[in-house]
Design a protein around this ligand. Structure first.
Ligand SMILES: Cc1cc2nc3c(=O)[nH]c(=O)nc-3n(C[C@H](O)[C@H](O)[C@H](O)COP(=O)(O)OP(=O)(O)OC[C@H]3O[C@@H](n4cnc5c(N)ncnc54)[C@H](O)[C@@H]3O)c2cc1C
Length: 343
């Protein structure tokens, strides 16, 4: 189960829906490899996440409640600082930061110790950021599911799923509805393989950097997240050509080169992981109901933002399935179905 399935399962359980989750556990799934970063403002153009205010308000309530219920910590609120790469970047940000949509997320920069960071062009602050320790989060959801969580030894073959007008059935298990949350693997299965998935490999390094700030996330053409007590996660790379989970020396060098461009402390690599993100051609999630099988649904396409988008979108899908609400057009899978208007 990845963050998509986990956030959806939790939303359904809380809505009183009787569910069973069937999952092939995979240590190199996107969710197991991800840094879990929650960043409302991304990229060179300082793009604001789609529906940022609603998405970030939702995740605050969602993750905080799970933490409280289980008396544990996996959701780490932390300021994010971008280390400016040029005066131009600082000026571009000053223009953006004045726009009303950004007001919830703008924070002051900080003055780093020059022995730790080279920040000659200054820093930019973002509020409401942080990270989720995804493996810990997913273990809690599994705990809530109890015996309604079934781990299978190998991937389910969608050909083995019988879809009837009034039920779906797999291996003797019968349900009214099926919701597929398979991450990037959806691109090769029979129900939704026709959608324009563009699986995107990413690599990440586990790092030991004694003396680096542990109470903030740093960003400059990549991120560095103080993950847990001992390590930092640094990354990530984007590779559309190689759809596999094999770490490469090229990606390792790329990440280290970027980090040593502004971190002045010795960096030791202690781990290296790779996975494939479930991305879509237009870089937006894809959720909704199959155009022919009306009891088969999709919850996918979280790209590089699964931790921030999945709680908000789970609410949208559940509202659509149970309450008849309209799905937001931008994420509705019908945008790719010729002759279909949005649901
Ligand atoms: C290097 C890297 C860094 C990232 N950093 C971040 C970050 O900082 N913040 C962020 O929000 N996102 C990040 N992401 C993206 C994030 O990982 C994804 O958005 C998210 O994990 C996708 O979740 P998912 O549940 O859709 O897919 P997955 O995590 O791939 O989960 C799918 C699950 O379904 C199972 N499955 C699939 N098919 C079948 C089948 N047929 N039968 C049984 N089980 C099946 C898989 O085994 C898996 O358990 C990063 C990704 C990478 C690769």
């Amino acid at each position: 189960m990845g963050v998509a399935g986990g956030s959806l399962a939790k939303t359904l359980i809380d809505g009183g829906v009787d569910i069973v989750v069937v999952n092939h556990e995979d240590t190199s799934s996107s969710s197991n490899v991800a840094a879990g970063l929650l960043n409302p403002i991304t990229g060179r153009k300082f793009s604001l996440t789609w529906e940022a205010v609603n998405v970030f308000n939702k995740l605050d309530a969602f993750y905080s409640k799970i933490q409280t219920d289980h008396n544990t910590t996996f959701f780490h609120r932390m300021p994010i600082y971008r280390i400016c790469a040029s005066m131009r970047e600082l000026n571009d940000w000053s223009a953006k930061a004045g726009e009303p949509d950004y007001s919830d997320f703008v924070a002051a920069g900080f003055e780093p110790d020059p022995a730790i960071l080279d920040a000659q062009w200054g820093t930019i602050g973002t509020s409401k950021g942080g990270y989720v320790n995804i493996p810990v989060y997913l273990e809690l959801i599994k705990k809530e599911l109890g015996d309604r969580y079934i781990a299978v030894d190998s991937l389910l073959k969608t050909d083995e799923i019988v879809v009837n007008k009034s039920f779906v059935e797999w291996n003797g298990l019968r349900a009214k509805q099926l919701i597929l949350c398979e991450g990037y693997l959806a691109y090769q299965e029979k129900f939704f393989g026709h959608l324009p998935f563009t699986p995107m490999k990413g690599e990440i390094l586990e790092l030991d950097i004694p003396g680096l700030y542990r109470d903030r996330i740093l960003i400059r053409s990549g991120f560095i997240v103080p993950f847990g007590e001992d390590i930092f996660l640094g990354g990530a790379t984007y590779d559309w050509r190689n759809v596999n989970a094999n770490p490469t020396s090229e990606a390792r060098e790329q990440i280290l080169e970027r980090l040593s461009g502004y971190i002045k402390l010795p960096i030791e690599v202690v781990g290296h992981r790779a996975a494939v993100r479930p991305a879509i051609k237009d870089r937006k999630p894809v959720i909704g109901t199959h155009h022919s099988y009306r009891n088969v649904h999709l919850f996918n396409g979280m790209g590089s933002k699964g931790t921030s988008l999945s709680p908000f979108l789970a609410d949208k899908l559940v509202g659509f399935l149970l309450g008849g609400d309209k799905l937001p057009e931008e994420v509705d899978l019908n945008r790719f179905i010729v002759g279909k208007s949005t649901t």
